[in-house]
Design a protein around this ligand. Structure first.
Ligand code: COA
Length: 275
């Protein structure tokens, strides 16, 4: 499926893996109102795009994203309540609904600067892999605001509590290696290996039934807000739903291949995809 072209967002494809770029390299990929709106549009197209198995979110040039655009998103909308409302909804749709609930696996490939508001799209991706020398920072305290949007919520969810407070209150920048230590990213690798590492993970995810991937990410994310009793019931229903919605019938096929045919061991890797 052909998707539209955008000014502040760029799409590249590599056999089922779609790279979605923040594309304002001259502004360190700061998120302007236009970029947020274009991200919503691009994600809406890609979520139903048959040629996208895995989505990789990354930045053009030397930044992942320097956060919300201080000139266009903040000062530019100070006296424009209608524009502010629209921009704030687009940011919210992009950062949370469209990205976090994207129906395929998502990987943040953190290639450089990642500040403030960029922590939200970062944590909304299912995985995050960073260059060891990428620089992260909750810089809000340095210019007089609290980490807004969903950022405070996201760091408390993702980081250890003490680290969340440390970096939010000091504004100290930290590198990719430290981001991996404190759980903000899964892994930090030398810059030269970043793309290959991301592609290896993407290929691994492509080996699993898309319906199983979608249901599993929904299960993990949605369980966070449930009681134990609710989670038990929700997950039972989710598995029933998956049996109906997985065209590859992975569950029944997997059990048959393990128990009857003895051709597959689920503990050692995914079953071969059915055609
Ligand atoms: N909002 C708006 N513009 C931004 C921006 C942001 N968050 N981050 C960078 N830019 C712009 C700069 O104003 C500059 O524009 P100009 O060329 O018109 O002057 C351009 O991007 C390049 O930025 P510059 O600061 O010269 O690049 P650098 O490589 O020396 O430094 C950063 C990179 C990321 C360290 C620095 O730009 C920075 O501190 N940005 C703000 C990060 C931040 O606190 N974000 C939180 C927002 S919630």
């Amino acid at each position: 499926m052909a998707v539209s072209t955008y000014q502040t967002v760029k799409i590249e494809r590599d056999s089922g893996v779609t790279f979605l770029y923040f594309n304002r390299p001259e502004k360190r990929n700061a998120m302007s109102p236009q970029l947020c709106a274009e991200m919503v549009a691009a994600l809406s197209e890609l979520e139903v795009d048959d040629s996208t198995d895995v989505l990789v979110l990354t930045g053009a040039g030397e930044a992942f994203s320097a956060g919300m655009d201080l000139k266009e998103y903040f000062r530019g909308l100070d006296n424009d309540p209608a524009g502010r409302l629209k921009a704030s909804w687009d940011a919210r749709l992009f950062h949370y609904y469209k990205l976090r609930q994207f129906p395929k696996a998502t990987i943040a490939m953190v290639n450089g600067w990642c500040f403030g508001g960029a922590f939200s799209p970062l944590t909304s991706c299912d995985f995050a892999i960073a260059a060891e020398d990428a620089i992260f920072g909750l810089s809000e305290v340095n210019w007089g605001i609290v980490p807004g949007g969903f950022v405070s919520r996201d760091v408390v969810l993702t980081l250890r509590y003490r680290d969340a407070l440390w970096y939010a209150l000091t504004g100290e920048p930290f590198d990719g290696k430290r981001a991996a230590e404190i759980g903000l990213v899964n892994q930090a690798v030398p810059r030269a290996q970043l793309r290959d590492t991301v592609m290896a993970l993407a290929r691994k995810l492509q080996a699993i039934s898309p319906a199983v991937i979608k249901a599993t990410k929904e299960a993990i994310r949605n369980c966070m807000g449930l009681s134990y009793d609710q989670a038990w019931d929700y997950l039972a229903a989710k598995n029933d739903q998956l049996r109906l919605r997985d065209p590859e019938q992975s569950r029944d096929r997997g059990i048959k291949q393990f128990i009857d045919e003895k051709v597959f061991r689920p503990g050692l890797g995914p079953q071969p995809r059915s055609q």
